[in-house]
Design a protein around this ligand. Structure first.
Ligand code: DOR
Ligand code: ZN
Length: 422
């Protein structure tokens, strides 16, 4: 296999440059201004060439919830969204709390053969928060991190043990931060809009207290921790000050936290229901500032596909989650680059280099010798989001009708074109 990606604007760490890329045997063999080829050419004139996007927080639902998504449909959706690598959360059925499930996920993903799928093992057995899962065995089977995502590990001693134990296998804990007692079944942000709608609110402090606890554990133990889907301005500030004094904390946020405010819940549209909840303008702006100054390391989707029957019920009963993998790139590009002045290199760091660095994955940059994991996008292409057209089984997006820029043209994994726009 040998071809040249010609005339694209390549997004490097430190800027954008028009270059050709020679792909040979799944790797980037050469990058230069003009590469002559006697073989195949992929014409990228007018397009931007990014390092393959990496989403370190998705839910693929298999095994157990294949009605919502499965590894095949999720992988197809991922490459359509420009993702070459995804890390899937363990809240499946059975939970990915042992090497058998970890091995199964990897096996299925390899059979499907689209994007690279890295399983995340659970922290505790059954995500029940009571006893540690088989962390070492899952690490040996290929888990790249551990998390009880969907829930917090409420017992601080168990979280301490998890961090200590996992660090021995070089795995990071990815912390879903929510004090369950304080959140007390809240379904939206606690504030004006929870009062107006009568929907039960969840106070920011429920998230912040757990962010502060994870920082305290990380700081005391000297072990890295990663904070999932940060949604509060106060959480961003906790992470900012922790980083300033050298705590090894990393963090992520999602497009719905920097594109939306909780005004959307007054529609009672259950597609706006997500955990943590969409918050207020102050929070949205703080998330953008955090992504800009590096307080928040990366963008993830928290792709949480649900079936219609999980969502077409009253708000308080609906499942939490947004199907986000097919809209993340366009929302991020449109909001952050076009509207907020981020550079394309910053966007590439947030969506590729940073997650690779946090989890120690290959990839994340376009460079000679690296794997040819490449995402090519047409940044001028404008379209209107329509969840019904998603490849994912989960059509649950609060972004229906929103106009965005940035269409994925090609997604290339190890040199093979896994997605090409029609
Ligand atoms: O909204 C959410 N949905 N947040 C989570 O933490 C879990 C996820 C899911 O699994 O549906
Ligand atoms: Zn979560």
């Amino acid at each position: 296999m040998k071809y040249v990606i010609k005339n694209g604007s390549v997004v490097f760490k430190d800027g954008v440059k028009k270059c050709d890329i020679l792909v040979e045997d799944g790797r980037i063999a050469r990058i230069a201004e003009d590469i002559q080829s006697d073989g195949d050419v992929l014409n990228a004139e007018g397009l931007h060439v990014f390092p393959g996007l990496i989403d370190m927080h998705v839910h693929l639902r298999e095994p157990g919830f294949e009605g919502k998504e499965d590894i095949e449909s999720g992988s197809k959706a991922a490459v359509a969204g420009g993702f070459t690598q995804v890390c899937c959360m363990p809240n499946t059925n059975p939970v990915n709390d042992n090497a058998v499930v970890t091995t199964y996920i990897k096996y299925r993903a390899e059979q499907v053969g689209l994007c690279k799928v890295h399983p995340i093992g659970s922290i505790t057995k059954g995500e029940k928060g009571e006893e540690l899962a088989e962390i070492g065995k899952m690490a040996a089977a290929g888990a790249v991190a551990i998390s009880d995502d969907g829930r917090s590990v409420m017992d601080s001693k168990i979280m301490r043990l998890a961090m200590e134990y996992a660090s021995g296998f070089n795995l990071r804990c990815l912390a879903h931060c929510e004090d369950e007692n304080l959140a007390d079944g809240g379904v939206v942000n606690e504030g004006l809009n929870s009062t107006i709608t009568g929907l039960k609110g969840s106070i920011r402090a429920a998230e912040d207290i757990m962010i502060a606890r994870e920082i305290a554990l990380s700081e005391s133990l000297g072990i890295p921790v990663h904070i999932c889907h940060v949604s509060t301005y106060s959480g961003v500030e906790l992470i900012r000050s922790a980083k300033a004094r050298g705590v090894k904390v990393t963090a992520e946020s999602c497009p719905h936290y920097f594109c939306l405010t909780d005004d959307v819940v007054t529609s009672f549209d259950t597609y706006t229901k997500v955990n943590p909840p969409i918050r207020e303008e102050r929070d949205r702006l703080a998330v953008i500032e955090g992504l800009k100054d590096g307080t928040l390391d990366c963008i993830v989707t928290d792709h949480a596909p649900h079936s219609k029957k999980d969502k077409q019920v009253e708000y308080s009963l609906a499942a939490f989650g947004i199907s986000g993998i097919e809209t993340s790139f366009a929302l991020s590009y449109t909001k952050l680059v076009k509207e907020c002045g981020f550079t394309l290199s910053q966007l590439a760091r947030l969506m590729s280099a940073a997650p690779a660095a946090i989890l120690g994955l290959d990839g994340g940059t376009v460079e000679e010798g690296g794997a040819a994991d490449i995402t090519i996008a047409d940044l001028a292409a404008k379209y209107v989001i329509d969840g019904e057209k998603f490849i994912s089984k989960g059509k649950n997006t609060p972004f229906n009708g929103r106009e965005v820029y940035g269409k994925i043209a090609y997604t290339i994994v190890d040199g093979e074109i896994k997605y090409a726009a029609r």
